[in-house]
Design a protein around this ligand. Structure first.
Ligand code: GLN
Length: 284
């Protein structure tokens, strides 16, 4: 008796479990569907499909990559974020579901203020935050700034796949240096690098496989955040909002204090679905 698709899913899941992968079954399904050119749900429809030796070659390949610590998103080349399917790969940060709280917050902000419609996304990476806002509010136009060419290429690709090129501009550069002084916005949003240098070694392997530049924010993790806050006044319209992702309560406290010093009011801490501190907002 040969193996069926069901059997190889079980075997693959066991293999990843032994390699201490956190979500072995899910990872297996996503990678096998990709390797077999099928939709994930079709795996269940084709459960009894016999697998020949030649069919197993691509499956072994993706399992080996995952076991070596590569993120699933890099192996399959895309990642779901806020109902979109974004193209990602080595060289760009993988969008995280916890970042979606910032999208909700920004969409609420724009919904309550019909006159406001310009948003700046700093350290945009694949473009996830800006794309989610632009796709879900057709009045908003987005400028995304990203320092890394590889990441920016993913962002551009996602913009054209989603068909929103006329409302979404991608600029290469180091934060505000990509802009001219008269470029002002109603919202400045960012998921900047904020991992403390000292925490790098303790990160899981699939996170360490992501670009260091997208993760590391100096000794206290706040190097880039400080520059974002200091420069925000020059590029934010009156009544505008900043919304910046952070990693923990300590960084949240520090960021709220930085914003108050820069004359922001109504600073607020947003929690993600796991009830961890995830972003800070402020109005100016
Ligand atoms: N949330 C990411 C992590 O946990 C960090 C992302 C970032 O630095 N912006 O590793």
């Amino acid at each position: 008796m040969g193996l069926t698709l069901r059997d190889v899913l079980v075997l693959g899941t066991d293999f990843l479990k032994k390699k201490s992968v956190a979500t072995p079954r899910l990872d297996c399904e996503l990678m096998f569907a990709h390797a077999l050119g099928m939709k994930r749900l079709d795996l269940y429809v084709r459960y009894d499909m016999p697998m020949e030796e030649k069919d197993l070659v691509p499956l072994r390949k993706v399992l080996a990559r995952r076991a070596a610590g590569e993120p699933v998103a890099y192996i399959v080349g895309h990642k779901a974020f806020y109902g979109m399917d974004l193209e990602v790969g080595p060289g760009v940060l993988v969008p995280r579901p916890e970042t979606e709280v910032m999208v909700d917050e920004v969409l609420d902000f724009f919904a309550g203020r019909p006159g406001l419609n310009r948003m700046l996304d700093l350290c945009a990476g694949s473009g996830a935050i800006g794309l989610a806002v632009a796709v879900n509010n057709k009045d908003v136009s987005v400028t995304a700034v990203e320092i890394d060419d590889h990441a920016l290429a993913f962002c551009r690709k996602n913009v054209s796949t989603l068909g929103i090129r006329e409302r979404f501009e991608c600029l290469k550069g180091d934060l505000y240096e990509a802009l001219t002084p008269d470029n002002t916005y109603d919202v400045i949003v960012s998921n900047p690098p904020y991992v403390r240098s000292g925490d790098w070694e303790s990160l899981p392997p699939e996170v360490k496989a992501e670009p260091k530049q997208a993760l590391l924010g100096g000794p206290d993790g706040l190097d880039v955040i400080r520059r974002i806050v200091t420069g925000a006044g020059r590029h934010l319209n009156p009544g505008g909002m900043v919304c910046i992702e952070i990693g923990d309560q300590g960084q949240a406290d520090a960021l709220q204090e930085m914003l108050r010093v820069q004359d922001f009011r109504d600073t607020r801490l947003l929690f993600d679905l796991a009830r961890r501190p995830r972003a800070v907002t402020g109005i100016r």
